[in-house]
Design a protein around this ligand. Structure first.
Ligand SMILES: Cc1ncc(COP(=O)(O)OP(=O)(O)O)c(N)n1
Ligand SMILES: Cc1nc(C(=O)O)sc1CCOP(=O)(O)O
Ligand SMILES: [Mg+2]
Length: 208
């Protein structure tokens, strides 16, 4: 399995957002350090997810960036993405591993050390850990766990830990110090007036 990129860009498909424009700005800056997670709204059709994932893959390929698909593993397989990401309401990690195969990248959401270790034992190759900070992008999440909560999870596993939830370039140093290998962002890039510049700031904070 190739080494995992440190900057995970999750597509923002809310009305008025342009995930492909953000991706086109980020790719030349982050290149193979970029992992793009195709995440669509729950009411989007599989056809919409498939078409977006195909477009994302086509953009990623020349840069060696990785494309993953959130939740809908059949879409990941259909477009030949590198893998997928599952959480508590999706397929269990062991089932997701069977669907994707041994060589795929498989991310799992974990919020505390016990479930993190269980997800790794079941076949997760990285963990998305959060919400690290407050976010307005997704509702219904538990309270932020902060760098201390992330440190507890990172200390319990040996796979890369990707911090998620309200992450900005300014918060990266504390998250890395707590054990984050990388970060996943929606709003920091989707809401940026200059996504190329924000990508450069995130990459600098992640690789210094
Ligand atoms: C990197 C990363 N971490 C966590 C999540 C959240 O996944 P999940 O809990 O399944 O919630 P949804 O994203 O499906 O709403 C993620 N997608 N990526
Ligand atoms: C999709 C998602 N999952 C989270 C979790 O903690 O499981 S936080 C989140 C949204 C992250 O968006 P932003 O970077 O704009 O805060
Ligand atoms: Mg999910």
């Amino acid at each position: 399995m190739p080494s995992l990129g440190r900057l995970h860009l999750i597509t923002d498909t809310r009305p008025g957002r342009d995930p492909l424009a953000v991706l086109r700005a980020a790719l030349p800056v982050a290149r193979a350090e970029l992992v793009v997670q195709v995440r669509v709204e729950d009411d989007a059709s599989d056809r919409e997810a498939y078409e977006l994932a195909g477009q994302v893959l086509g953009l990623c390929r020349p840069y060696g960036a990785t494309c993953l698909v959130n939740d809908r593993l059949h879409v990941a397989l259909a477009v030949d993405a590198a893998g997928g990401h599952v959480g508590a309401e999706d397929l269990p990690v062991a089932a997701a591993r069977r669907v994707l195969g041994a060589g795929a990248v498989l991310g799992a959401t974990a919020r505390e050390p016990g479930s993190a270790a269980a997800a790794v034992a079941a076949g997760a190759s990285y963990l998305g850990v959060g919400p690290c900070h407050a976010t307005t992008t997704k509702s219904g999440l538990p309270d932020p766990i902060g760098p201390a909560g992330l440190r507890a999870v990172a200390g319990a596993v040996e796979v890369p830990v990707i911090a998620i939830g309200g992450v900005t370039a300014a918060s990266v140093p504390a998250l890395r110090a707590a054990g984050a290998y990388g970060v996943a962002v929606v709003g920091a890039l989707s809401g940026s007036p200059d996504p190329a510049r924000t990508t450069a700031e995130l990459i600098a904070a992640l690789t210094c």
